[in-house]
Design a protein around this ligand. Structure first.
Ligand code: ADQ
Length: 742
């Protein structure tokens, strides 16, 4: 309904209400006035004829009738009667209504009118309403009897009707007048307002518009700069991410569900230590959480985790600069073995990576996976404080959690990110619980992958195994009233990396790392930084170094490759075997090419804290990432971020998601050992100019497409989805809930 029409309707309703209330008040008041008036008139008439009446009272009936006839000469007096004190009728005029006999009046008087003189009442007769008064007639202070006077009130009703009609006419005239004036005033005001605003926007600011114009200009500038930044794709930082969260999603905190915790408290002989896990997921999400605040729900896996958390498993992090909460969920050994080592890492991990490892699916592992997903989904629901929270579910450990959360929080915005590749539908078909996995993920508002290829594979799997409609244009899966977007969001790292703030210069790092490794100051150094995982191609990497030394003899004795390998999932036999194979291979290559103090491979098999990792990146001539299959690979991006000297060469496997972003790296097929060996040689020979050109381009890419952009893009898409759902009536404005949700 147009705004003006609504306003007019409101105005008419208001006027109608005022008229109705006015009418009732007016009628009541005039009624009261008339009654007082009649009472006074009756008294006046009887008092005026008092002597006449008293005289005729003695004479008897004939004289009284005449006296009463005199009184009723007033056209509004219908009739009059004279009664003795004990209720005998003494005289009555012809038109007096006999319904009000002397005895009847006496009876009413004894009930309600004793002591009132004159006594009056209003009564209803078939011919209309009448007013009756009983007035005592006295002579020399002695009461003789009563005179009853009946006034016709039909004229009063006529007057009321006239008043009502007048009021109705006044209402219509007033309404019409008010509506017309309002419309004219509104038109005029709008014209004046728009012309003033136009003048103000063109620079001629009037006093009234000064504050408004300031706001409008600020808004226009903000929108323009946002559009500009958007067009350039960069400049995402913690502030922009925070403001995206508040402006687009009306929220200030997010809840992350991830298996790995960002800070692990471990007991050591020197007391409790805080460790930063070697995990790409943590590397990416921790800065997002620091920017947004909220709660990170994760498995409490450290030996000192319980003693450093409160009774509900909460601890504030990061240590020393607490900006968000970590909620730890405790798992029994059986649960951890079944859900984490079993189904997640012996089933889903090899299923999703094309790295020639056979997935193992056990029914008891699946049962644990379902139970633990439920446990974590419950923990998430305990942490929310609105009906429509923003929940970021992370990775293949929690494929079922999105639907479990959705069942309890139908209005939540659930963004699920799958950090590893999503393989072809044919390969997914191997999993006995493929439908449950896909259906669980479709509980999300958005399912995100690193690449468009992974999105396409996921949509194919939905098409193959599920009942749903696929909106290919919007890349969305529609199930009933729910829609899940499927989008590529290439993950990244924070920019600038905060670990670099406290690190020495590249020159100093080169010196200190070479000293640490027992290398001469002019040694050429290559680095590999990974969890010890068969998908990372560590064996192929060492073989490529072997190839380099075979095919390019000038690097023998000069080139050393340092492999930092964090032990990972060592409860799984395949990982222990890999560890042994890598060690044997390093020994073999070292035996082949080693001489005196020279060993071409230095294997550092332990977890290293981020400052050490970044020192190694800065000290090296090259970094080789040789994954056989990798969702993204953040080591490649970290190496680029670490090199603020703009030197160093990245040799990168074509099977990583990062190879799509970092096209200036030397891209290799890690299975092709000759090609990889030659690429290492090319990297070591590359002139500084070319190194700088490639590195600058990659640094621009990583700085613009940083992790804040990754999270921001997801939040903006989620906001768009929420807006659409709200418009189509499935969501209403956000409301604050009581803690009863948990
Ligand atoms: P990951 O397989 O864990 O992650 P990746 O992207 O390679 O990881 O990141 C590994 C992280 O661990 C890096 O931050 C690195 O610095 C750190 N790290 C590696 N070795 C270390 C060591 N020896 N000591 C200490 N720290 C070490 C999964 C997917 C990836 C995806 C990420 C993020 O498998 O494809 O890029 O998630 O989505």
């Amino acid at each position: 309904m147009p705004r003006l029409l609504r306003f007019l309707l409101l105005l008419l309703c208001g006027l109608a209400l005022i008229t109705a209330v006015g009418y009732v008040a007016l009628t009541r008041t005039t009624h009261r006035w008339f009654e007082t008036d009649l009472r006074a008139r009756s008294l006046f008439v009887v008092t005026a004829t008092k002597q006449l009446l008293a005289r005729n009272w003695e004479i008897g009936r004939e004289g009284l009738v005449d006296a009463l006839e005199d009184i009723t000469r007033d056209e509004r007096v219908m009739g009059a009667a004279a009664c003795s004190l004990d209720g005998q009728r003494l005289a009555v005029t012809a038109a007096y209504p006999l319904d009000f006999g002397c005895r009847w009046v006496l009876a009413r008087l004894s009930q309600e009118g004793e002591g009132t003189d004159p006594w009056t009442t209003t009564e209803e007769l078939p011919g209309g309403r009448v007013h009756l008064s009983a007035i005592t007639v006295t002579t020399e202070g002695k009461p003789l009897g009563r005179v009853l006077l009946v006034h016709d009130l039909s004229y009063l009703e006529r007057r009321e009707a006239t008043t009502r009609n007048l009021l109705l006419v006044a209402f219509f005239v007033l309404s019409l007048g008010a509506a017309t004036i309002t419309m004219i005033a509104e038109r005029l005001a709008f014209r004046v307002w728009t012309s003033e605003l136009r003048r103000a926007l063109s620079g001629e600011v009037t006093r009234d518009f000064k504050p408004l114009v300031g706001d409008v200009r600020a808004l226009v500038e903000r929108l323009a700069s946002e559009r500009d930044r958007e067009a350039r794709g960069g400049n995402w930082n913690p502030e922009r991410l925070r403001s995206t969260l508040t402006t687009h999603l009306e929220g200030e905190r997010v809840i992350i569900l991830a298996n790995r915790e960002p800070y692990i408290h471990e007991k050591t002989p020197d007391g409790v230590k805080v460790l930063h896990p070697a995990s790409g997921l943590v590397t990416a999400l921790e800065p997002v959480m620091r920017a947004c605040s909220g709660v990170w729900v994760a498995h409490g896996s450290g030996s000192a985790d319980k003693q450093t958390s409160d009774a509900r498993g909460h601890v504030k992090v990061p240590p020393g600069e607490e900006s968000y909460s970590l909620r730890r969920v405790w798992l029994s050994d059986a649960e951890e073995n079944g859900y984490y080592y079993g189904f997640s890492n012996e089933g889903l991990w090899p299923l999703c990576h094309v790295a020639h490892a056979r997935p193992v699916f056990r029914a008891e592992d699946w049962e644990h996976y379902v139970r633990v997903n439920r446990k974590f989904a419950d923990a998430v629901c305990e942490e929310v404080d609105t009906e429509d929270p923003i929940i970021l579910v992370q990775d293949y450990h929690f494929a079922l959690a999105p639907r479990m959360i959705r069942e309890r929080l139908p209005r939540a915005t659930i963004l699920t990110f799958w950090h590893i590749p999503w393989p072809s539908a044919e390969r997914i078909g191997i999993c006995p619980w493929r439908e449950e996995i896909i259906s669980g993920l479709l509980g999300s508002s958005i399912v995100g992958f690193h690449t468009q290829q992974h999105c396409n594979n996921f949509i194919d799997a939905v098409d193959t195994f599920m009942e749903s409609r696929i909106d290919r244009e919007a890349n969305a899966i529609v199930q009933g009233a729910r829609r899940s977007l499927v989008r590529p969001y290439p993950i990244s790292i924070e920019w600038p990396v905060h670990w670099l703030e406290s690190l020495p210069s590249v020159g100093e790092c080169r010196v200190s790392v070479r000293k640490e490794l027992g290398l001469p100051a002019d040694a050429l150094l290559g680095v590999g930084i990974d969890r010890l995982d068969y998908t990372k191609g560590i064996e192929e990497r060492l073989q490529a170094v072997d190839e380099l030394l075979t095919r390019h003899p000038e690097f023998r004795g000069r080139f050393t490759f340092a492999q930092l390998a964090a032990p990972s999932r060592t409860k799984i036999a395949r990982y222990r075997e890999l560890n042994d194979r890598v060690e044997a291979l390093a020994d073999e290559i070292n035996a082949r090419w080693g001489k005196d103090d020279y060993r071409p491979i230095i294997l550092l098999r332990s977890h290293h804290e981020p400052p050490t990792v970044f020192r190694y990146y800065r000290a090296a001539e090259l970094c080789y990432v040789s994954s056989l299959h990798d969702g993204m690979n953040l080591v490649a991006k970290e190496f680029v971020a670490a090199r603020d000297d703009e030197l160093g060469v990245l040799v990168l496997s074509q099977f990583t998601g990062a190879a799509r972003d970092l096209t200036e790296a030397l891209i290799v097929n890690p299975y092709d050992l000759g090609q990889a060996g030659d690429a290492l040689a090319a990297a070591l020979r590359m002139p500084e100019d070319e190194q700088r050109e490639r590195m600058c381009s990659m640094r621009r890419m990583v700085s613009e497409f940083n992790v804040y952009r990754w999270a921001g893009r997801m939040l903006v898409d989620a906001a768009e989805l929420r807006r659409r759902e709200r418009v189509s009536g499935r969501l209403s404005a956000p409301t604050v809930l009581t803690r009863a949700m948990g």
